[in-house]
Design a protein around this ligand. Sequence first.
Ligand code: BGC
Ligand code: CA
Length: 344
Amino acid sequence: MNGKRFLAAVVLCCFSILGMSACRSQQAGGSDKIYVGVASYNQSDTFISELVGCFEEQLNRLESEKRRTVVTIRDAAGQQRKQNDQVKEMLDAGCNVLCVNLVDRSDPSEIIDLAREHDVPIIFFNREPVAEDLLQWNRLYYVGAYAKESGIMQGELAADLIQEDASIDRNRDGQIQYVVLEGEPGHQDAIIRTENAVDTLKSRGVKLEKLSYGIANWNRAQAQNRMLQMIGQHQNQIELVLANNDDMALGAIEAYEKLNRTEASMPAFLGIDGTDVGLKAVVDLKLDGTVYNDKEGQAEAMAELAVAAVTGTGMDKIKFVNERYIYLPYEKVTKENVREFLAE
Ligand code: BGC
Ligand code: CA
């Protein structure tokens, strides 16, 4: 182990011990002490790290003289095994509510069993478990958004652009040659967003020709690589890039910038999320539009639910769908309204 890595390991170790004792030392309190254990699938994911940041703010906001909130955050760095261990560690340290962003959304059983043994409720977020899993126990919840809605909105944004600006159909063949950058296979937001964006474009009367697609796992650098490959295959035939999230749309834009393509030979780009960098790209007129994934709303719902689940009060004020689901609406973002989102 080199010096830097050793230091990193020591620092990490100290953090874990601190985090755990933070939970344990306050374990003895009453029901108004909320010890939240957050398990993130990957903190290097732009949207997730912003969402977790909002969640911490929301919990702070709910603090009062009578109510203390303590948050411990663990990053599974994309490994489900690691996440299971982190959840166990947080439960042993005395956390009384868990917020879990599953690595593998089809594999929550071990985490559910652990929480159940400790009688600690779980709020799953962003990566939706299948319904049968959420029915395993009545203290399981989900906070997220409807993937279908974001796909439809992305399709509408693209249709508006194409119908307003004839130059997007650069080769004037009456069809839009497009490519898709997809998120992780198996994620509820990947395939559903793509399908609905494409179906919406078709239903708006836009003739489409799919040239290619690339899986880039929500990741900007991977998207840049995939996009470079697709440009290599199709040169300047690509007229539209539909990306399942902003980071991948930004990676695609970077691929064109790397090749020094002029503005006139660039396709239209659409993302989803409205992350800080995504919104900035809309302001800079690089990204033609995005769909706001309401992280503030999701964070607020998670914080209120966490408090209600621990204290047992306030549950009646929460608007659930199917008793244990909360979905926040998406919103379309264009250069005309982007400033409203920047202010948030
Ligand atoms: C977001 C992506 C993010 C993914 C992580 C999606 O809802 O749009 O940006 O990478 O969730 O699970
Ligand atoms: Ca065309």
